[in-house]
Design a binder for this molecule. Structure first.
Ligand SMILES: NC(=O)C1=CN([C@@H]2O[C@H](COP(=O)(O)OP(=O)(O)OC[C@H]3O[C@@H](n4cnc5c(N)ncnc54)[C@H](OP(=O)(O)O)[C@@H]3O)[C@@H](O)[C@H]2O)C=CC1
Ligand SMILES: CC[C@](O)(C(C)=O)C(=O)O
Ligand SMILES: [Mg+2]
Ligand SMILES: [Mg+2]
Length: 342
């Protein structure tokens, strides 16, 4: 079995090093706060505005991207992928002197040659396998989100140790950290989010919801059946795998799972998944996404607006407003602080 690193396997540290977390969004706020709470010297690099104010409110040292990159030894780039190249060229590169580490949470820009780092720095990635808000929330509850690390350039001879220490610092080594390459991380992450975790899932949920509503069933019921309950089912899979989930459901449901699941996701679906993977591997997806951004995102914006107005979203907003515990859960988890070693 592949080596999975846990806290007790990682002896390297970031002691004496300053970490600049560039960006304070989903991943940025989690990395910066987790690292600070595990005793690291952190500066957040952002532009003036909402993120700047939030990071200051959270008690972090905040500077411009250029100043943060200038003074840090380790520069973690947590800006949206499509914005990274410009900010890197204009504000990070000037401070990226020999011996520093340039770090990413996704290999997109390095793998697709949008950012070409100088030869005299370490370049690696630490990519949590989960949304940033959960990287923070699980950390606060004493747990963690697994992560991948990969070394692209090892100028110092210690890039892997630094990457592992960073992963430990954000709490990921509580859950498991494994080594990969920039190519493998980039391609599998894009595939996972498109085919399964985000694209596959939202399309599956919408198709189920629409099938019921078009057949005359109540939209509220269809929402509970196809979206709300999904979390409860996935929680069981998260805790105990597919068999653990199947243990908890009725045998009727399990038989339906066995005979009808493959009718929904069949060999044709898998064939289309392979096509999606090919578009990722040969760069077609990346090219399209970068072009969409150069054009100021016309299609992205149109689809996002349409999706937001889908009946499942409208019904969901209403139903969730009557379930304050669904949102409160986010806050509540913070109270369940179990002691865990960092
Ligand atoms: N989202 C996730 O959970 C995951 C993301 N990743 C990777 O992590 C990286 C960060 O993604 P994510 O956290 O989603 O990013 P976000 O979209 O959440 O990042 C937003 C942050 O970037 C700042 N920002 C945007 N443009 C600029 C700019 N021109 N100059 C300065 N700051 C800017 C924003 O500041 P402002 O408020 O001023 O706009 C904000 O602080 C990506 O590489 C992504 O692929 C990896 C794993 C999971
Ligand atoms: C699943 C989407 C993701 O890859 C993630 C949260 O891991 C992302 O890019 O946001
Ligand atoms: Mg991901
Ligand atoms: Mg991703």
């Amino acid at each position: 079995m592949v080596k999975v690193y846990y806290n007790q396997d990682i002896n390297s540290s970031l002691e004496g090093k300053k970490v600049a977390v560039i960006g304070y969004g989903s991943q940025g706020h989690a990395h910066a706060q987790n690292l600070k709470e595990t005793g690291h010297d952190v500066v957040v690099g952002v532009r003036r505005g909402k993120s700047w104010e939030q990071a200051e409110q959270d008690g972090l040292e905040v500077k411009t991207v250029r100043d943060a990159a200038e003074e840090a030894d380790i520069i973690m780039v947590l800006l949206p992928d499509e914005r990274q190249t410009q900010v890197y060229e204009e504000e990070i590169k000037p401070g990226l002197r020999a011996g520093k580490s340039l770090v990413f949470a996704h290999g997109f820009n390095v793998h697709f040659n949008q950012i070409v780092p100088p030869a005299d720095v370490d370049v690696f990635l630490v990519a949590p396998k989960g949304p940033g808000h959960l990287v923070r929330r699980t950390f606060e509850s004493g747990a963690g989100v697994p992560a991948l690390f990969a070394v692209y350039q090892d100028q110092s001879g210690h890039a892997a140790e630094t990457a592992l220490a960073y992963a430990k610092g954000i709490g990921s080594a509580r859950a498991g950290v494994l080594e990969t390459t920039f190519k493998e991380e980039t391609e599998t992450d894009l595939f996972g989010e498109q085919a399964v975790l985000c694209g596959g899932l939202t399309s599956l949920v919408k198709a189920g919801f629409e099938t019921l509503v078009e057949a005359g069933y109540q939209p509220e019921l269809a929402y509970f059946e196809c979206l709300h309950e999904l979390k409860l089912i996935v929680d069981l899979m998260y805790e105990d795998g597919m068999s653990g989930m199947r243990y908890s459901i009725s045998d009727t449901a399990q038989w339906g799972d066995f005979v009808s699941g493959p009718r929904v996701v069949d060999a044709d679906t898998k064939k289309r998944m392979k096509d999606i993977l090919t578009d990722i591997q040969d760069g077609k997806f990346a090219k399209g996404w970068l072009l969409e951004n150069q054009l100021n995102r016309p299609e992205f914006t149109a689809i996002a607006n349409r999706e937001n107005e889908h009946q499942i979203e409208k019904v969901g907003r209403e139903l969730r407003s009557m379930m304050p515990f669904v949102k409160a859960g986010k806050e509540k988890q913070k109270e369940v602080v179990v002691s865990a070693k960092n």
